[in-house]
Design a protein around this ligand. Structure first.
Ligand code: BGC
Length: 750
């Protein structure tokens, strides 16, 4: 009944929108229609390509601009909107977009860290808070979520995504879209989300950014496409095409991708924007000149051209030469106008530019509080010998490392609107937590890197890695001296924020040598060493994991980093994060992921065997697997109880485990469900995540956790790319990590 009542209302709204847009389009010239397809950046923000738009004001006046990005602040946005409203012929409001990736001005943990919370309501809330803050400052469009699955930590942009798993990635994608867009785009605190980078951008060969991608359709559909599709199903308003090619055709000019799959198969109704100059870059891919690649992209299904102005400068000619049709232009223009209509911009173009709202919302105290809460939950405890953590609030603590008293690196990559100077350094967070109850002795101990040429490359957006006036040896000596006077050493080490992110691939994913030298010296002191590691990607930590007493992986936590890290170090919060990307032992193991195929010669448990799939010099397993993360307490899992051992496709099985908190602290556990299809027409990976629940269990207590397994959880893409469940034997795994599970079996029967 509710549905029946709702549908006509939706239809009436759509009909109203269609009439409005049609009437407007009747008044538009060809040039004005093409103008709507043009997204510019006036500079001043962070440019990620070589080009920054010129003559933006005169283009706005002539109706040659559909939207802008890189304009920050409510006053500037209002001015630009006034230009469009007062000086362009048709007074069509502009869209204002930005890379709101992990928070807007108030900065949250990088997305990879956020995903390690496995806390879907929390992730949704992070997007909600960001939308509230950004819309108050004039923005209506977030270039997020980035949902590119990645199995290669050399790729710097793993920092922006949710890791390696399609199921978790899909849950995160949906949560982000819900958070940004809410239920109603016309509300003044919601904005358009943009799922990116469509598609397969995370599979760049060798982990080198912008590199070629090539993969089978099976791999695409099973592992790489699900998060984009989940975002579409959640109603995402826009899609950004990626820089890479797919099946030999650049994504931006790929009709199969942008029309056949996205619109026809998946039913996407919003608009497609290119990535930064990705139409122009098709020239370098080898797809033709600017006119040819612009026409190809429009016909493929692109609606808006980011920065490159290929549409603006060539589409008219292509139309006159019959290379594109009027309908191609009209369809694209309509989609852009529809987005503006849905945001309510035609009712009131200034509804998002109310200075009083900006003053109230931007960087407000409640947003900082949310940032702290979100940050603690993204922390992953990798090791904790002898329960060295949480630290006691007494005695003497040596705090060392180049990231221990640092503001410039706390935000992580892609915090284009975040001011690093508003960050809380770890030293400050710890001092506040301790008051006078313990003594902190601080020493920097090392530069982030001693390699000045390398440092220069990561200092493009401001100094992130400086080189101290003291020599590396002198820095280490200072640190050793404070360590010798302390009961415990906390070393805050890792990457500079711009060592990950766009165009920040690394072939060596160790902690830089300067800091490894510091750590060796600290270990020699014989004091317990607690590592707090910041990075935008999984690192190779074999040596560190041998020597450290405890390891907290904190990613980049945003403005509240120092407070959040202190909360976890001293036990105000018991860590509950779990890895969403495998940590390899060395780069030779890459690509590495938990949902691998068995092969015909699987390496059995135990020592490596000749003529089995393995390496001579390293084991197959990662150092820390997907789903792994410790707590200050311990959890034990009972056996899996299945409601039955056999099911038909229309039926469901319930799998239940009892999880007991056997340690000394209350704690949250992420209970993970995996499925293995033992025999299938297409070989199946050893495990696929199909469910998870984050539960709080007080110490000494138990909780029953149940999962429902239906045919949907058993499906895979067969050779005809149909999504099917085949009868046969299945294994169910439930546990604390992808490599630590209980198991049970059942059959799917006809
Ligand atoms: C990135 C996108 C980003 C765009 C706009 C590009 O270089 O790949 O993720 O949204 O720039 O800043």
């Amino acid at each position: 009944m509710a549905v029946a009542l709702q549908a006509p209302a939706q239809n009436t709204q759509d009909a109203k929108m269609n009439t409005f847009v049609s009437n407007l389009m009747k008044r538009m010239t060809l040039e004005e229609k093409i103008g709507q397809l043009n997204l510019l950046t006036p500079g001043g923000g962070v440019a990620t390509g070589a080009v920054v738009s010129k003559d933006v004001e005169s283009k706005i006046r002539s109706g040659s601009v559909g939207g802008l990005f890189g304009v920050i602040g409510v006053d500037k946005i209002r001015q630009a909107q006034e230009l469009a409203m007062n000086q362009s012929r048709l007074k069509i409001p502009l869209l204002f977009g930005s890379d709101i990736i992990h928070g807007y001005k108030t900065t949250f943990p990088i997305p990879l860290g956020l995903s390690c919370s496995w806390d879907i309501p929390l992730i949704e809330r992070s997007a909600r808070v960001a939308a509230k803050e950004a819309t108050a400052d004039g923005l209506v469009w977030a270039f997020s979520p980035m949902v590119d699955i990645a199995r290669d930590p050399r790729w710097g942009r793993v920092a922006e995504g949710a890791g390696e798993d399609p199921y978790l990635g899909s849950e995160v994608a949906k949560a982000m879209v819900r958070g940004y867009q809410g239920r109603n785009l016309a509300a003044d605190s919601t904005l358009l989300a943009c799922v990116k980078h469509f598609a397969l951008y995370g599979a760049a060969e060798g982990g080198r950014d912008y590199n070629t991608v090539d993969m089978s359709r099976l791999r695409m559909f099973e592992y790489y496409l699900p998060p984009y599709k989940a975002a579409i199903n959640a109603g995402v308003a826009s899609v950004m095409s990626s820089f890479n090619e797919i099946d030999g055709v650049p994504a931006t000019g790929n009709k199969w991708l942008l029309t056949d799959l996205l619109r026809k198969q998946w039913g996407f109704k919003g608009f497609v924007v290119t990535d930064y100059t990705s139409i122009n870059e098709m020239i370098d891919h080898g797809s033709g000149d600017l006119q040819a690649v612009s026409a190809q992209s429009l016909v493929a299904g692109v609606d808006m051209d980011m920065v490159g102005e290929g549409f603006l400068t060539t589409l008219k000619k292509s139309l006159s030469e019959g290379k594109i049709t009027q309908k191609h232009i009209d369809d694209a223009c309509r989609r852009i106008l529809e987005a503006k209509y849905k945001l309510g911009l035609f009712d009131d173009p200034y509804r998002y530019t109310v200075p009083a709202r900006a003053t109230k919302e931007v960087l407000s105290a409640d947003k900082r509080a949310a940032a702290r809460e979100i940050a603690v939950r993204s922390t992953v405890l990798l090791k904790n010998n002898n329960q060295a953590l949480p630290l006691k609030k007494s005695g003497t603590i040596a705090l060392v490392g180049p990231l221990a008293n640092n503001k410039s690196n706390m935000l992580g990559t892609w915090a284009v609107s975040g001011d690093p100077q508003l960050s809380i350094p770890v030293l400050e967070g710890m001092q506040k937590a301790l008051g006078n109850s313990a003594t902190i002795l601080y020493a920097k101990g090392a530069n982030i890197t001693d390699d000045t040429a390398f440092a220069k490359k990561v200092n493009v957006f401001g100094v992130r890695a400086d080189v101290d006036s003291l020599s590396p040896d002198a820095l280490i000596n200072q640190a050793v001296q404070v360590a010798n006077r302390a009961d415990v050493v906390v070393a805050v080490v890792g990457e500079a924020s711009e060592m990950s992110g766009e165009a920040a691939s690394r072939s060596d994913i160790n902690i830089p040598q300067s800091q490894r030298n510091l750590l060796e010296a600290l270990y020699k002191t014989g004091k317990p060493v607690v590592l707090v590691i910041m990075s935008g990607r999984p690192l190779t930590l074999e040596r560190e994991s041998e020597m450290a007493t405890s390891i907290l992986h904190v990613w980049f936590q945003g403005h509240e980093a120092g407070n959040a890290i202190a909360d976890v170090l001293f036990g105000a919060y018991n860590p509950s994060g779990k890895l969403t990307m495998s940590f390899p032992r060395n780069v030779g193991q890459i690509p590495i992921y938990y949902n691998y195929k068995r092969t015909g010669r699987p390496q059995p448990a135990g020592p490596t065997q000749k003529f089995r799939s393995n390496y001579l010099d390293v084991s197959n397993d990662p150092l820390y697997p997907f789903g792994y993360g410790l707590s200050y307490t311990t959890f034990s899992y009972g056996n899996i109880q299945l409601s039955k051992n056999q099911m038909r496709a229309a039926e469901k099985i319930t799998a239940t485990v009892t999880v007991t908190n056997t340690g000394n602290y209350d704690g949250e556990e992420v209970v993970q469900l995996y499925i293995y299809d033992q025999v299938a027409s297409v070989t199946q990976p050893v495990k696929k995540l199909k469910g998870f629940q984050k539960v709080m269990i007080p110490k000494g207590q138990s909780k029953q956790v149940s999962f429902t397994i239906g045919a949907e959880e058993l499906k895979f893409y067969n050779s005809a790319l149909q999504w099917v469940a085949e009868p046969g034997d299945f294994k169910v795994y439930i546990g604390t990590s992808s490599d630590n599970v209980k198991e049970a079996s059942f059959k799917l029967v006809r």
